[in-house]
Design a protein around this ligand. Sequence first.
Ligand code: ADP
Ligand code: MG
Length: 699
Amino acid sequence: MYNLDTPIEYLKGVGPVRGDMLRKELNIFTFGDLLNHFPLRHLDKTSVSRIADIKPDTDYIQVAGVIVHVELTGAGRAKRLIAHLKDSTGTLELTWFQGISWVQKALEVGQSKLVYGKTGYFNGRPQMVHPEMEAFNNLAVKGKPVLDPIYPSTEKLKVKGLNGRQLAKLTEVLLQTIQPADLPENLPDTLLQSLRLIGRYEAFKYIHFPPTPTDYDAALRRLKFEELFIAQVRLQLVKVQRHQTSRGVIFEKVGTLFNDFYNHYLPFELTGAQKRVIKEIRIDTARGKQMNRLLQGDVGSGKTMVALLSMLLAADNGYQSCMMAPTEILAQQHFNGLSDVLKDLPVTIKLLTGSTKAAERKATLAGLQDGSIQMVVGTHAVIEDKVQFANLGLAIVDEQHRFGVAQRARLWEKASLPPHVLVMTATPIPRTLAMTAYGDLDYSVMDELPPGRQPIHTVHRNEMARASVMEFVRTEIAKGRQAYFIYPLIEESEKLSYESLMEGVEQVKSYFPEPKYWISMVHGRQPADQKEMNMQRFVKNDTQIMVSTTVIEVGVNVPNATVMVIESSEKFGLSQLHQLRGRVGRGSEKSYCVLITGSKLSNEARERIKIMCATNDGFAIAEKDLELRGPGDIEGTRQSGALNFKLASLINDKAMLEVAKEQAEMLVTSDENLSLPQHERLRHYLMSQKGKTGWSKIS
Ligand code: ADP
Ligand code: MG
């Protein structure tokens, strides 16, 4: 008997040759894969347009007529087949560049054809390249509408006679071959009823061959929901399982270090968001379960203070803590900041990076091992094999998108009980993405900036206007402020990046000659101590201008810097621009960001610049980024299979995702092991998909 796992070549009409092509071109290996190869759209055969209706801005259109002319022109790569299709209103030129001999066989003057495709204008005449085409029978359009599925196909398949419409024929055969029992319901009845979802078998049938557009919509809605809901149930189960099985160190009390610091050394009043997150962390770390929390806070929202208070909490309970940053500069800066505010408190904090000198490193390693050092700040050097902790209770990962999941996992091995983990990211992730990519983590958001911050005024300037930009920078420096000039990393070549930076430095120097102005320069090729020295000079205001590549992107905190000029800003992505801009506007002075570009901009680059000038809100920017680039490319998300939805879209189906999440949470909360009879089929379905579920406990 056939089922969804049957290899595709056994489907009637496929066979070994086509089977091979389907595997290679579309990743269709089984009956089930073909069933999940969904139509791009449906054609209503009754809606045939007139050729005269084709306008320069017409997109896809379906027309019918008689072939009045067929001609082969050109030779070699310029060879093409041209045909003219005529109806009572006009003539449309059809063109093929590929598969010519195959098309030619199926095309004769005098035939009636129904063609469908994207129209364009060529030499002032309407034209359609590589249309979908079939014999046109006038009778077919009478009577009720016939919705014909059009499937995504590839040029290669089209050439070999497996175009979108032929795939439809195969799918039709497939649906006759498989039985309703092959597609059993997996959602609970109550859910189907309360959300008015149609059954699973019906949905698969109608998404391919809907009797009416309404049926198609119902099928799409059902299958999208299933996709989102199943993903959410999986995440909830992973989370529940982690909570059930994980043990963690217990921070049972808030002690004198925390209280002392809070009452006497806190340099400012905490924001509401900071207070809320610290409370969440306190509750989380007291339960005896491992905390695995993601903290998202926009640039400048004050995550470092949350980290510090959490580290004090660990120390109060006799545990060590570590904080890891993605770059040496940032680690150094965190260390400087933290040791400064902690200097009057009885805690020992050390820095550990790749460039820590041997003697110091040895002492630090010993202190971590015997427990005399309570806190360590560092780069990935902290998780190297040699580092042993006496009792690591808390690991904080700052600016997480630079830090791999595998690297984080190594922290677990540093203690008998896994330390609590707090991952902090300043790359806001749209809520929908966070819900799917991080749904199994505990999740906090700091959506509030400290009081008194003024929005950064952002403008776009053409590189021709550089002189006036420089004048502006000069007036800011004259007021005692500092400025950044950022140059892009040129991906193809480190050497080119370096050269463009050097040119940049020369240019900046020509406007701001030393010794009247002092310039720091930081880039990826510098030895760590030079980087650090340049950075420190800028921090201390010994230099007024910082020229750098994006190495200062994350975390650097110089509140007196009020201007950021980003060169070739069209080369940066949105979240990167936002991160960079976050280096200014950190003090109480009004800050500015100038985005310099060349004059030729792609539409997308123009859009990015426009968004940057319009808003300072990292979450709004993240939403736009998601719209512009799609979920696959967004920084700060795991490249997670959970994002690969076939039908649902994190951009267009937000509301449905919210419902799916809420329902999944309710269901899993009420029945953690899915052992209730009404959840039997859901459990059964997840088991059958075990490889994807990563859900081993439930048997
Ligand atoms: P980020 O979240 O980007 O890591 P930081 O922790 O570097 O932000 O904080 C940015 C700046 O805001 C720092 O100068 C910090 O001292 C200051 N800051 C943090 N919290 C507050 C607060 N509650 N009130 C005033 N200033 C704050
Ligand atoms: Mg930070």
